[in-house]
Design a protein around this ligand. Sequence first.
Ligand code: GDP
Ligand code: IMO
Ligand code: MG
Length: 434
Amino acid sequence: MPLDIVVGAQWGDEGKGRVVDLLSRGADITARYNGGDNAGHTVTIGDCIYKLHLIPSGFIHPGTTGVLGNGMVINPQTLLGEMDMLRQAGVEVAADRLFIADAAALITPAHRLLDTAQEAALRGGQIGTTGRGIGPAYVDKVSRRGMRIGEMLDLASFKDRLDEHLSTIDTELRNRYQHPGLDRKEISRVLIENAATLQPYIRRVGPIVRQALMDDRVVLAEAAQGTLLDLEQGTYPFVTSSCTTAAGVFSGLGIGISPVRHVVGVTKSFQTRVGAGPFPTELTGADAVALRGTGSNPWDEYGTTTGRPRRVGWLDLPLLRYAVEINGVTELFLTKLDVLSGFTEIPICTAYRLNGREVSTMETTADARSLGMVEPIFTSLPGWKEDLRPMRDHNQFPEAARGYVEFIEKACGVPVRWISVGPERNAVVEKAGE
Ligand code: GDP
Ligand code: IMO
Ligand code: MG
């Protein structure tokens, strides 16, 4: 019963899309289990750069079936746009290979407007959300008044439920946020049209995934966001509204825990974050520009979904160790090692100082407030000049690059099994086990 899970071990954008694309070559099912179109997962195949927000990154492989799990929040317009984009790129998008969970939550334009209005009202205290309506849609779900994708199967009652939903948010927008109000008729018309198009894809997905596992077919579960954005375990309140960790797979797809084979933690070779919240190793100045890039390369650190420049910093091992523990990571996939070429020395954070005491894990600093107060303690490792991008064998790496990877392995207690040295599909070095 082989279930592999790919999770982000940082604040998102670790390179999960490219990792899932690589690891799902042999998968039968590739499934997203949390989040919505706040995610932006990039897969680079030759000149073609796919930016996926809802459809699992493994779906590009013709032999896979794509599942959008019940733990997700789904904006039908984004989904239909993505289905069209994939079709135009030559990927087969049909109702016998793409399944949308009937129990997934629906995101409407009203949720998006509410998200933006709520953020604006926070003035200095914003979270820096993606503005995709994620928080408001999950709030509706938890409060048990939310609409589910499965409601799209009965257009007449769907319309009634939409009227009720739009009227509730319209009142809230007008009364609380001085918003001029929603064009309810138009929003409803478009959503009903979307519902009719999506109907053939809507299924109960749990039994399909469970049956695949019982038949010994490989299922790859893809997380959105990263461990530190997890609603429960992340840097609350600067988090997203879903379970981004491995734990979310089981409730987000409707399966049991026993089939887990690998839990692959994806981490960049440095640290990035979009949006607000504590970031102990954050950099400014020339080193920040070197890590972020200027936007001239497609892989530079600008948000896949919003285009915002990402905050950057040195790798934070207390946070990475925390992610390894929280997810039960069995192996790490280290991305963007190529970006570190050219630094004379590479600082890496091994512990923190908090109120005069040295702490080596995030556990003592689990909330955003105390994580915002720590002082990072760095060890400087030697850098390297060589361009790693053409290398495909770990033995070709300069000694300093191998040393950097080994330092991470030792600090986390799990092997780094893969290292990527460029965004292209094949720019990956598989590191042999000791
Ligand atoms: P995700 O949200 O975790 O899927 O990550 P994103 O796709 O949002 O951001 C990762 C960015 O880094 C994308 O632009 C990728 O193409 C790029 N990328 C991934 N791995 C590598 C790598 O090893 N080297 C370089 N230079 N870019 C990479
Ligand atoms: P992928 O899957 C990076 C961040 C937002 C904000 C916080 C809450 O590409 O790694 P939300 O819109 O979810 O309510 O915003 O979470 N965020 C991400 N940051 N990568 C993502 O997804 C993110 N999805 C949400 O920037 O700080
Ligand atoms: Mg992303």
